[in-house]
Design a binder for this molecule. Structure first.
Ligand code: ZN
Length: 512
């Protein structure tokens, strides 16, 4: 036998032995940990935090966080807390405790927001699409927020950048066999009696079946004693004395076309403002629990729009900043957790076409979200049968991509479309303008998903020229980060199942 082969075989044998020993050790460890349950023991002796913030970046895993952080670094922008160190972290990345949570559900290794939020709020796995019920859809689970309200008298706030009866917020107050039961979810939201809701408009306010209209959900809410607020002006004036309230963000309305963080106008409320107001109205001596969802991180990742993903991740970090300010005033009584529910899009930093290089500053040329480009531009292209030449001008204006004959091409070589890229864009334009065909071949689905071919091709090209790529239009099986700061934070160290986030919270807060 030749020497090299012998060495490989010997090496393999040693590795196998070492691995077996490692796994036996691991099994021993797991058994003893289970027997002693040190986390439960630790939770039992730790004072329960009076103020709990749970931030959920929908679709936010490590790639979304790191891409946002790297983008800020590339742009030379340093987050407020890092001025002294010069690091390029988001504020929550600097929390003293970090862990990872595994996200699979009873359906898939690539779970959805209904089942994963169920795991976070109740500690149970279930099928994708189900809100706080078991796989047989017969047993309803009580949520951490319901328990805190009922057993400890905490005030509860639920905040989201998407519709308030969408899966993630719903998982903190509703119990439904389907996440699409929007009307029933809306009724449960009102029945929850939670003190503060803020976010996007309720979906299906007069019922899920348009042919059988039911009482308007906002009217039901008002009858139940909620102050329903529809303008930023009124929201600014809201105080705790107004009692329980539902704030509907003016531009977070029932559409995904407005107010991605990329589209927010000067003076318009962002996620952090809804959190700040929430703190103001929920603050009380008994305590509060606030769930804050950055829901459009997910929507932007589905659409493979890296620029909007990054902007919404930064907006979530800004909202966490409000919780950090509160923590600084109540450091011994506050717990802040920042996590995701699952990864979306198979985002990564790196692209086959740019090898080891990234050009993240290219993304700063993107002026609006894919959704706003669809509404403000593409819909008009279809109406007016706009020429490709005119469309190219808008693409330059809004995304910075240039054709090789553009006067600015020589100064911005990293933004110049190659002939291969130009052809991809032209093909997508033709597909978008050829309105009759919504049907997609396998090849077209891989190119465009279910999105507007022109728009998704523009974001793909800008992503790729920046050294960023996506591998899916759906959710993936990556674990998510869990960042914790404050009373009980150490419980969230390690690599564990997402249901343990609930278990740790329930043990720490001593609810049953
Ligand atoms: Zn999603």
């Amino acid at each position: 036998m030749n020497k090299i082969l012998k060495r490989i075989i010997a090496g393999t044998a040693i590795s196998a032995l070492a691995l077996t020993a490692f796994f036996m050790d691991l099994r021993k460890d797991v058994t003893s940990i289970a027997a002693e349950s040190p986390k439960a023991a630790e939770a039992a002796v730790t004072d329960a935090p009076k103020y709990v913030f749970l931030f959920i970046g929908d679709g936010m895993s490590y790639p979304q966080i790191q891409a946002a952080s790297d983008y800020l670094g590339a742009m030379g922008q340093i987050r407020s807390s890092d001025i002294l160190t010069g690091n390029k972290y988001l504020d929550f990345m600097k929390f003293p405790v970090a862990g990872s949570a595994i996200t699979y559900d009873s359906t898939s290794f690539c779970p959805d927001s209904a089942s994963t939020a169920t795991s976070l709020s109740t500690g149970y796995k279930t099928y994708s699409g189900i809100i706080n019920m078991d796989e047989t859809q017969t047993i309803a689970y009580e949520t951490i927020s319901e328990k805190l309200k009922k057993q400890l008298g905490y005030k509860i706030g639920i905040i989201s950048t998407v519709n308030l009866n969408h899966a993630t917020p719903a998982a903190f107050y509703a119990h439904q066999p389907s996440r699409n039961n929007y009307y029933a979810i809306g009724l449960e939201m009102i029945e929850s009696d939670f003190e503060y809701f803020a976010g996007g408009a309720l979906k299906n306010i007069t019922g899920d079946d348009k042919t059988k209209p039911q009482e308007n959900l906002y009217a039901v809410a008002e009858k139940s004693g909620y102050k329903v607020i529809n303008t930023q002006n009124e929201a600014e004036l809201l105080t705790a004395a107004d009692g329980k309230a539902i704030i509907i963000g003016e531009t977070l309305a029932d559409s995904d076309s407005l107010s991605y963080a990329n589209d927010v106008k000067a003076g318009e409320w962002e996620l952090k403002d809804y959190v700040k107001k929430g703190i103001e109205v929920l603050d009380n001596d008994n305590g509060f629990f606030m769930m804050v969802e950055g829901g459009k991180i997910d929507w932007a990742c589905h659409a493979n729009d890296a620029g909007s993903t990054i902007a919404d991740t930064i907006a979530l970090d800004d909202a966490v900043g409000e919780a950090i300010s509160f923590y600084n005033r109540h450091p011994l009584e506050t717990l802040i957790i920042v996590t995701g529910d699952h990864e979306t899009g198979g985002l990564t930093i790196g692209y086959a076409g740019t090898d080891y290089d990234t050009y993240l500053t290219n993304l700063s040329n993107q002026k609006l979200s894919y959704a706003k480009f669809d509404t403000d531009y593409v819909s008009k292209y279809k109406e007016n049968n706009t020429s490709f030449e005119t469309v190219l001008k808008d693409i330059k204006e809004n995304f910075g991509l240039l054709t090789s004959n553009d006067s600015q091409a020589s100064e911005n070589p990293k933004l110049v479309l190659t002939s291969y890229e130009y052809n991809l864009l032209k093909t997508a334009y033709d597909k978008t303008m050829g309105r009759n065909s919504t049907e997609r071949s396998q090849e077209e689905y891989i190119l465009y998903g279910s999105y507007e071919p022109l728009t998704v091709t523009i974001t793909h090209l800008l992503n790729n020229k920046s050294g960023i790529s996506f591998s899916s239009y759906a959710h993936t099986g990556l674990p998510v980060g869990v960042f914790a700061k404050g009373t009980g934070a150490t419980l969230f160290e390690g690599y564990y199942d997402n249901t343990e986030i609930y278990d740790n919270l329930a043990n720490l807060l001593k609810v049953k």
